[in-house]
Design a protein around this ligand. Structure first.
Ligand code: NAD
Length: 423
């Protein structure tokens, strides 16, 4: 079992220690209901035929249809997808939305393929999972390495095969194909809304950001619309670690470094060489990146980026997890013992699945909500969820989130009694 999956099991077990919840529920949630793995052939544009390994893990659907993203990444593997699917069950229950948890993916590096081949691979994957998805059964969405364009191809292939017009089979589509306005920005915006609440007593807020992709970009983009002074003083992506001199706040604001970062990312797709274009930005090593003080650290790249070595020198007051599972278990213990507040992934990055739910509702009722309407609902639901979890005096927020979700799932199993008959 890989570390990420072990961590999920641990978080699950923590809730059952000294709890009256039936141990049947722990048994049910400790394994996914369905593990679908397939090797599918694709004829690529150079006429070669390649076999790809695809996954779809359906963890639990007592709350509603399975729901979860699709990841295209070279490290995708069974345990990782199982852990991510399990987190989705807890996340949907936490946000009180009527979905269960799932996750899927293809083991491939999307940067190694041209767009035409990526479309062929995506359509091949869709044909392989065709019998296992559907708007009232399992609804995929974007994750690392996938985007609205890929969701549009899945929508198209699924409806061609089945001779249907079922938009709700997938979320995170482009608005032209039935996607919700505000979906692309939702995960980042949702985290930004919580962040703004966490630091409401501070005038100026320094931020250390890890990862500047879909989630990271939209966090920064949202913070840039607020009146408060948010200053990114350290930032990293796969090209390295960077520091922005913010000693002179007036100069920082005057130069609007945040807008500059956003523009650079839009133009170049990464932060590569940014230090060559501004004398206030320098490339630094990982140690300096971690040791530079920031009020808030936002990991928004991949899982397990902060282990003991990193936690030992990480100089921050608050951590808001944009990525799924960025902290190892021992790193989390070290950070909590130093009184660092940790706001977990299932809370902070749940804006994406919330707006996916809004998209599914719009598709099923033939409505199109305005962006203002979507954002208003998202902001309120994120804040309500934040307050329901942090009202407890206990600052172990991850445990509070798991407890809320598992108690809710338990209640439904007890009322329906289905676990006695389904197993
Ligand atoms: P993405 O592929 O768009 O971006 C990932 C970013 O991480 C890129 O900027 C990349 O350069 C950076 N990165 C990669 N390796 C790095 C490293 N070693 N150090 C620093 N940065 C590195 O992915 P995304 O959609 O933004 O997802 C990021 C995380 O958020 C993932 O854990 C994902 O599961 C989670 N998440 C995403 C969504 C969503 O709606 N996209 C929703 C919920 C959770």
């Amino acid at each position: 079992m890989n570390t990420f999956l072990k961590q999920f099991q641990k978080s699950l077990n923590n809730v059952f220690t000294n709890s009256l919840i039936s141990s049947h529920i722990r048994e049910i949630l400790s394994q996914p209901t369905n593990e679908i793995i397939f090797n599918f052939p694709v004829k690529l544009s150079d006429n070669s035929v390649k076999i790809f390994k695809g996954y779809r893990i359906q963890h639990n659907n007592i709350l509603g249809p399975y729901k979860g993203g699709l990841r295209f990444h070279q490290d995708v593997n069974l345990d990782e997808v199982k852990a991510l699917a399990s987190l989705m069950t807890i996340k949907c229950a936490l946000q009180d939305i009527p979905f269960g948890g799932a996750k899927g993916g293809i083991q491939l590096n999307p940067h190694e393929y041209n767009k035409y081949d990526l479309e062929l691979i995506t359509r091949g994957y869709t044909r392989a999972i065709n019998n296992y998805i559907g708007g009232d059964y399992d609804i995929p969405a974007p994750d690392v390495g996938t985007n609205a364009e890929i969701m549009d191809w899945i929508l198209d292939e699924y409806n061609l095969i089945n001779n249907k017009d079922e938009k709700s089979v997938i979320t995170g589509k482009s608005p032209e194909c039935g996607g919700s306005l505000g979906r692309k920005e939702a995960t980042g915006r949702g985290l930004g809304v919580i962040l703004n609440e966490v630091v409401k007593d501070l005038d100026n807020v320094t931020i250390k950001l890890e990862g500047f992709g879909n989630v990271g970009y939209h966090i920064v983009d949202y913070l840039n619309t607020l009146d408060k002074n948010f200053m990114i003083n350290t930032i990293s992506d796969h090209t390295g670690y960077y520091k922005i001199d913010y000693d002179d706040l007036e100069l920082y604001k005057l130069n609007n470094f945040i807008s500059y970062l956003l523009q650079y990312q839009r133009d170049h797709g990464s932060l590569k060489n940014i230090e060559k274009f501004s004398f206030k930005i320098s490339k630094i090593d990982k140690e300096e990146y971690l040791k530079t003080y920031s009020d808030v650290f936002i990991p928004a790249a991949l899982e397990l980026s902060i282990k003991e070595n990193e936690a030992n020198i990480l100089n921050v007051k608050n951590i808001l997890e944009g990525a799924n599972g960025p902290l190892s278990d021992s790193a989390e213990k070290m950070l909590l013992s130093r009184d660092i507040n940790i706001y977990p992934d299932i809370l902070c990055n749940s804006g994406g699945v919330l707006v996916s739910y809004y998209e599914w509702v719009q598709n099923n009722t033939n409505q199109i909500w305005t962006k203002e309407d979507v954002n208003r609902r998202l902001d309120k639901q994120m804040l309500d969820c934040y307050h329901k979890i942090t009202k407890s005096k206990n600052n172990k927020y991850r445990n509070e989130c798991y407890k809320y979700s598992i108690e809710k799932i338990n209640e439904i199993y007890q009322k329906r009694k289905s676990y006695l008959f389904r197993l």
